[in-house]
Each structure stands twice: as C-alpha cells, then as structure tokens.
Design a protein around this ligand. Structure first.
Ligand SMILES: [Zn+2]
Length: 465
C-alpha cells in the first residue's frame, strides 16, 4: 500500500507513512496548488483496487457503463464515503473497513453507479471537465465534500470550519456533491435493479444505509460525509426496505472466495491504519486474514525478518494469492535483498494479471535498487507498459526516471520526471522538465511530442482561496 497526500492543508501524523518511507525512497509530498478546504489522501494499493474493480465491473455493466472507462481511486479516510466523478469511482478505505461483507460495499457501488448512469453529476462534470490529473480533480472534490457538509448545516466536521472561514466558496460548489431527494430515490431504485440483474442481494445496501442513518456505522464521532451528500430520511429508507425485500436474491450470501478476499483487504486496511487494527482484526472471521494483519503489523512495526517468515507461511496456505507475494517483496526490500524483492514483486504482478501500475512501481523500485543497468532496463519495460494504462501513478514515473537515468537516457528520464510532476498536480514544474527533455530529443520524436503535450496543457482554473 502506498499513500500520497493530495493537497494537504494541515499536518497529519504520518506514523505509517514513516514506515513506508523505508520502502520508497521518498513519498510524494503535499501536491497541489489549487485551493481546497479538506485534504484528500489517496492510497494506491493493487489488492484493494483490484477487489473494488471486481465488485464494480458487473454493476457498471448492468448500469450500461463501460467499466474500463471508470477507474478506482482509494481514499485514505476512516469515514464512510464513496462518490463518482464521471471517470472515477472514489472509495473511502473506511467504507471497506466498516463493511463486514462484500455485498455491503457492492450495494454502495450500485447506488453510486446509478448516479453515474442517471447523469446526476452534471454540476460536477462541468467543474471537472478538462481536469486531466487526479490531483486537480481531487482538489475539486475535496472542496465539494467540504461544501456539501457546510450546506447540510454540520459545523462539527473537521476541516469544514476552515473552509468556511477561508470564504469564497461559490454557490455551485455548495451542492457539488449533494444530490436532490428525487435523485436519491431514483438512484436507490436503479441500484436495486442492477443488483437484481447481477443476481446479488440488496441486503448489504439496505443494512449499510440503515446503519449510516443511525450514525452508528462506525465508532467515529463525526457524521459520515456520505450521509451529508446523500441524505437518508426515514421515508427513503422505508421505500428502500420494502423494495429490497422483494428481491429473490435477498437472502443470498456472498461467494466464500470473495468474502475471503474482502477480509484480507480489511485486514490490510486495519494493519495500515493501526488505530483500529486490534478492533477490526479480532472481528475478522478468517484466521488467514488475522494472520495477514499480523504479518503486516510485523512489517510495519516489528521485524522484517519475522514478517518474511509470516509471508512465507501465508504463501503455504495460498501459493497463488498475488498480494502475499507483494508482502514478501515488501519484507525482502527492507532486508536489503533487492534482487529477491524484485522477483517476489514480479511474481505478484504475474499472478495479479491486471498490469497494475502499483505492483510495476514496486518491482521497478527493487530493480533500480540492485544498481545494475540491465535490471534498470527491465524496470523500464515493466513501467512503460503499466503506466500507459494507468498514468496517474506519480511514484511509477519517479522510478521510471531513475531507471532511465541508470541506462543513460537523459531525455526519457527528464520526460518521466515531467510526468511525475504533472500527475502530482505540479503543472508549472512539469512544463519546465518537459521543455528540458525537448532540448535533448529530436523535434517530432515520441519524447518530444509527449513533452509538447505537457507544455500545451492548460489546467482548469480553480480559484485559490
Ligand atoms: Zn446518493
């Protein structure tokens, strides 16, 4: 799991991040110049991204949305929230952690897919049009979530007060993510329809909404942002309950394999957000998931040698689970066994099969760490292909720049740095690196052209407050 902070206004304690800094030479630091009243911490993790993709794909298909056109963005936030922007599905880690069953998360996704399919997002789409980088879009969304909270009359949401005090929030942003009552009811009905079409139970959606309405979904003190942007009055819940119980799939249970993957994902989130690790892991049904949490806790706070042993034992139980190999790589790199780590990450990539830019970045980092130019060439290969399909991975571009540097290709290294800056939202600096790479590449060459795209890029204007 890799964390990056997009537009951080305050300094949060980054205990876990400090541990991760051992893995990455440096973590992308606060990134964005555009104004936002709330930070949005994005985490990249192949295992959880894949899982949410697995949950979403059939639902999107049932909703008539091409799943390949919507990417999954994990937001490192303990609150319950999920939202879509037309191109991305944002999912709080807190939502996954709070959900005991896949079906609950799938229910939330179904509801969001309905907003997406129903075109309930025109306000946001107008704002987001042309926003090419995740950093820019999350800034917009950060502002929207804060403003929605404000509009709902909640003053106890951390960060909202700051946004209000800063002033200048345009009226359109107040309602950026809060949907109309009719849109909510329509979305519920469509969501039930998608669940029925895909042969899944609506029970999870019902229970998670009911617990949100009670404000007891999480032990946290603040109201969940989800409730603020998706008001849950009693009549809406009653209508949902009635319709949900008519589903022939109401009592259908989640597939055990999916439940296991869900538990493993929750174990990972719990281990990386240590505050809740004990509480959640003790509730995990699966002993495999409990062992996984223990192995990651060992990696983050204990001994990498012992973490490696635990990873090996997990692999004896599930030799083909890609992310146990990833964990093994994480332990090996901390033991300065770069070459072995590269192999472990390579195996994880192979088994994951999704050409994950996160796993490619981890493998490339290990390959670069070997200090051997032929390994650096392998890193280039891995990253070039993964970043083509998932460019919004700043750390991938950073390792690509390092790998190109080791092979002596300075123009490509500078272009990679330009991309790293670009996808971190540092557009001005990105243009400087792009121009620099152009001086080393023949006019009209692929490097020159890609650099020109960055130089020509015009960011949408978000007012600085
Ligand atoms: Zn909604």
């Amino acid at each position: 799991m890799i964390r990056l902070t997009l537009r951080s206004l305050c300094c949060r304690p980054f205990a876990v991040l400090a541990a991760l800094a051992l893995v990455l030479t440096s973590i992308p630091t606060p990134l964005l110049a555009a104004g936002s009243g709330r930070d949005l911490n994005v985490v990249r993790d192949a295992e959880i991204e894949q899982l949410i993709g697995l949950y979403s794909r059939p639902i999107f298909q049932a909703a008539g949305i091409d799943p390949r056109r919507v990417s999954i963005v994990l937001v490192n936030d303990p609150g319950l929230n999920a939202f879509v922007d037309g191109r991305r599905l944002f999912m709080n880690t807190g939502t996954i952690l709070a959900a005991e069953h896949p079906n609950q998360v799938i229910g939330v996704i179904a509801h969001e897919a309905a907003h997406l399919a129903g075109g309930h997002l025109h306000r946001l789409r107008d704002q987001a049009r042309g926003a090419q980088t995740l950093a820019v879009i999350t800034s917009l969304l950060g502002a929207g979530v804060a403003a929605a909270g404000m509009a709902a009359g909640s003053s106890n949401l951390p960060g909202v007060g700051a946004a209000t005090a800063a002033g200048g929030v345009e009226a359109s942003r107040r309602t950026l993510l809060s949907y109309a009552r009719t849109e909510e009811m329509t979305a519920d009905r469509s969501a039930l329809d998608y669940l029925r079409k895909t042969g899944q139970s609506p029970r999870g959606m019902l229970t998670i909404f009911e617990s949100m309405a009670r404000g007891s979904a999480l032990a946290g003190v603040r109201r969940d942002p989800y409730v603020m942007s998706h008001p849950l009055p009693q009549d809406r819940l009653q209508a949902l309950r009635t319709l949900a119980m008519q589903s022939p799939y109401f009592d259908k249970k989640d597939d055990p394999t999916l439940q296991e993957r869900h538990d493993l994902a929750r174990a990972k989130i719990a281990a990386y957000t240590s505050r809740s690790a004990g509480r959640v892991t003790s509730r995990l049904q699966s002993s495999l998931a409990r062992d996984y949490a223990a192995a990651m806790t060992e990696l983050l706070h204990g001994s990498p040698q012992r973490a490696l042993k635990k990873a090996d034992s997990l692999l004896r139980a599930r030799p083909n689970y890609p992310y146990f190999h990833e964990l093994r790589g994480d332990a090996l790199i901390r033991l300065n066994r770069a070459s072995d780590a590269a192999n472990a990450y390579g195996r994880a990539r192979q088994l994951d099969g999704g050409n994950s830019a996160v796993l490619a970045s981890l493998q490339a980092q290990a390959l670069v760490a070997t200090g051997q130019p032929d390994q650096a060439r392998q890193a280039v290969q891995a990253l070039e292909s993964a970043l083509r399909s998932d460019p919004e991975t700043p750390m991938g571009w950073r390792f690509l720049a390092q790998a190109y540097g080791m092979t002596g290709d300075v123009a490509a290294a500078e272009l990679s740095s330009a991309n790293e800056l670009f996808y971190s939202g540092k557009i001005k600096e990105a243009k400087i690196f792009a121009a620099r790479s152009q001086t080393r590449a023949p006019r009209g060459s692929p490097i020159w052209l890609r650099a020109q795209d960055i130089i020509d890029y015009k960011p949408i204007i978000t007012k600085k407050r």
